[in-house]
Design a binder for this molecule. Sequence first.
Ligand SMILES: Cc1cc2nc3c(=O)[nH]c(=O)nc-3n(C[C@H](O)[C@H](O)[C@H](O)COP(=O)(O)OP(=O)(O)OC[C@H]3O[C@@H](n4cnc5c(N)ncnc54)[C@H](O)[C@@H]3O)c2cc1C
Length: 424
Amino acid sequence: MKDSPDIEHGAHDGASGSVPLWQRTPGDRPLRDTVERTVDIAILGGGVAGTSCAYHAASRGVGCVLLEAGTIASRASGRNDGQILLGLGEHYNRLIGQWGARDAEALWRFIDDNHEGMLAVIEDQTLACSAIRNGGLRLAEAETEAAELRESAELLAGMGVPVRYLDAPEVAEALPLSRGFVGGLFLEREAIFDPFAFVRELAMRARDRGARVREACPVAKIEGEAGGFRIHCADGPCIDATVLVHATSALAPELDRSGFLGRTIFPFRGQILATHPLPDEVCRAMPPWAMSSNFCYEYFRMHADRLTLGGMRWAVPGEETGIVDDSTVHDGVTARLEAWLEAHFPAIARAGTAMSWTGIMAGTRDGLPLVGGIPGRPGEYTCAAFNGYGMSFAFAAGATIVDLIESGRTERPAAAMFRPSRFV
Ligand SMILES: Cc1cc2nc3c(=O)[nH]c(=O)nc-3n(C[C@H](O)[C@H](O)[C@H](O)COP(=O)(O)OP(=O)(O)OC[C@H]3O[C@@H](n4cnc5c(N)ncnc54)[C@H](O)[C@@H]3O)c2cc1C
């Protein structure tokens, strides 16, 4: 594992590291809002999860401060592929197999609500994040997966979800530059956006509503109990809070004094490459959809005149698990992504890789997030561990956390599946 010399992933405003396509223009100076000594809610971590909590709290008039070690969305939330997907990486037939029909549908509805809420805010409040809701396509490279996609299409259609199964000739017509796909499932309500821009814009809307935001503010230590937490920030001031929300993803175990998050969350790393700008005729042949194949293990999309492609973690078993370093890339993963592109989109592969980056995610044993109170720690909540699908969950999860803080309950049926206490 090392920095690869032949692609540009090091230089960014003098900094080193694997810099995402979305973060290649230097950011503004760190946000350093003044914070009252005592706040209602202190939210630790300014990724999509923490920012969503801050947005919903502030929108309901609840005082909050968002404390971020780096800059807002500098970690996974600004390093992902910006695909707003329905239903996780598992095809719907498998979700039913794992959870049963009732819970699978509740999960689907939660994610659908997440998208509706998020896209409504993007539209109503004109968040500049290049959002395009033209649909998404899951592709099969083998007949066995195509059969699962057909079955999933029928199950989803039965729930009234706008969905269409494409056979091999229809895939070839929709994606004329592609090779080797034997079927596909088209979901009309999926979308793509620039995730870095989205989260930063959402943070600005949270501030407009009264949330205080402090970047470059690593939380070093927490003391106290419910109603009287004291948060020690490495940048100086202490803040007292009634309630705490841990939204620090794979680093959440570091600040959880109970040890619960350390037992339930594990870190893993994903990697993406972006091509050099593609010729106009290639761009015209590529639809602006969220796309994936091989049970979503490989995923790709267009952003302006480049294609981004992620995945191939499975091809280096164990090597990308347990890692919290997103400053390097895995050359073996880059090589496999490039080989995949050559096999499936040779006209795009010809452009070559311009940049490559990694991001750290948090996983749980059952593949579902942790959204709710930390067992045995009154007043401490967690909104974390989206298992690689944070854009599908975090907006609604942030609203759920604020529901729970305000009233101890939430109307969203799937939220019961995300209760941290399921692991006790
Ligand atoms: C390569 C890749 C591709 C992906 N593609 C997609 C996709 O297309 N669609 C999708 O839905 N999801 C995707 N994901 C997953 C998605 O990015 C994550 O699920 C989501 O961003 C997690 O958000 P978060 O807020 O929980 O974590 P993060 O964004 O990691 O935020 C946690 C924040 O906590 C901060 N922090 C940590 N410790 C402290 C501390 N002590 N004090 C203060 N702050 C602290 C960190 O600096 C960080 O900003 C992808 C992820 C990767 C890596």
